[in-house]
Design a protein around this ligand. Structure first.
Ligand SMILES: NC(=O)c1ccc[n+]([C@@H]2O[C@H](COP(=O)([O-])OP(=O)(O)OC[C@H]3O[C@@H](n4cnc5c(N)ncnc54)[C@H](OP(=O)(O)O)[C@@H]3O)[C@@H](O)[C@H]2O)c1
Length: 313
């Protein structure tokens, strides 16, 4: 399919991050936009943290459809959003903004403005990462969190969002392991405040316990020289039925390799990346994006030999 030229009616959406040049999002979002016949373009723009407020206001004023936010902007963007969707409020972190203008019919997204630009525009924040984790686990591993025991390695930004969403979905027991203990402890307190019935433990499960899923949400595995993200003395991967690594490049990390050798059904983070983008495009367009077209574009971009070296979401 040929990409139509940019003209005076072209609308824009995009990703703000720092760094951002490695991002796979323009490749698969533009493939989706093209297949949907939209006269839009998806850009990746490097924005320093101190410039984020101005950059968001600028995009708003220029009639951008919406934005994705990646590291290190997700928490600051949450504070800057004019409105935040309910499920994202608990997370304190957003990765998607939808711009809406105040029209005679009320607040309408940019796609419904017609030729007029409203004087008042607001941003509405969403966290599509959280939903993407659940969708990826469901589709790639046949996993549904209700009643399950889960070991989470890494309670940074992505691990925290995963833990909170797994709690929302009814997980029964969470084991949290993190290099910086205080972060795991503060997440435990946070989860227990909102989900008193859920059992949250810091550290590995006792040697006699099995879990349903072990998830790597540390950044260990991105680089060849990285140590392993778990302690094999404390937890043998044979004690989990399933293994999920949020990392998608390399496609098979040493964690996933060991999990497969231990007999776990396993998946990497490619579907998670895909679905956070699919949901954002759905919010912006109000239509169902072409998932398989986007997946093919993402796979080609991420796993082609000429793909940029910096492997981050
Ligand atoms: N597939 C996707 O769509 C997607 C989306 C988001 C993130 N991710 C991936 O998820 C991973 C985490 O991302 P994030 O945004 O949560 O990053 P982050 O907030 O920086 O968290 C990094 C995590 O890794 C741990 N870690 C880093 N270096 C370590 C080391 N040398 N030893 C032990 N632990 C270490 C950190 O522990 P401390 O707390 O002790 O620093 C923390 O738990 C990354 O690999 C990222 O690429 C994937």
């Amino acid at each position: 399919m040929n990409t139509p030229p940019i003209n005076a009616s072209t609308r824009y959406c995009g990703l703000f991050g720092c760094p951002v040049r490695h991002s796979a999002s323009p490749a698969f979002q533009n493939a989706g936009i093209l297949a949907m016949g939209l006269n839009w373009r998806y850009l990746a723009l490097e924005v320093l943290p101190e410039n984020l407020p101005g950059a968001i206001e600028g995009a708003k004023a220029m009639g951008f459809i919406g934005l994705n936010l990646t590291v290190p902007h997700k928490e600051q963007a949450f504070r800057l959003a004019d409105e935040v969707e309910d499920s994202a409020r608990l997370l304190g972190s957003i990765n998607t903004l939808l711009f809406e203008g105040l029209t005679e019919e009320g607040w309408l997204p940019v796609r419904d403005w017609g030729g007029n630009t409203p004087r008042q525009i607001r941003s509405v924040g969403y966290n599509t990462d959280a939903e993407a984790i659940i969708r990826a686990l469901g589709e790639d591993l046949g996993f549904s969190p209700a009643g399950k025991k889960i070991l989470i390695l890494g309670t940074g930004g992505a691990g925290r969002v995963a833990a909170l969403r797994l709690a929302t979905e009814g997980a029964a027991v969470l084991y949290l392991v993190n290099r910086t203990l205080s972060k795991a402890e503060s997440l435990r307190r946070e989860i227990e405040t909102h989900y008193p019935a859920l059992r949250v433990h810091i550290g590995y499960p006792p040697q006699t316990e099995t879990v349903d899923l072990v998830m790597n949400s540390t950044s260990l595995g991105l680089r060849e020289a990285d140590p392993l993200p778990w302690d094999g003395q404390q937890f043998c991967l044979k004690r989990s039925a399933l293994a999920f690594d949020m990392i998608y490049r390399p496609a098979c990390t040493p964690f996933l390799e060991a999990a497969r050798a231990a007999g776990c059904r396993s998946a990497n983070g490619l579907s998670m990346l895909l679905y956070q983008g699919v949901t954002a495009l759905k919010l912006w367009s109000g239509a169902e994006p072409p998932v398989e077209t986007m997946r093919a574009a993402l796979r080609e971009h991420v796993y082609s030999p000429s793909s940029p070296a910096l492997p981050h979401a």
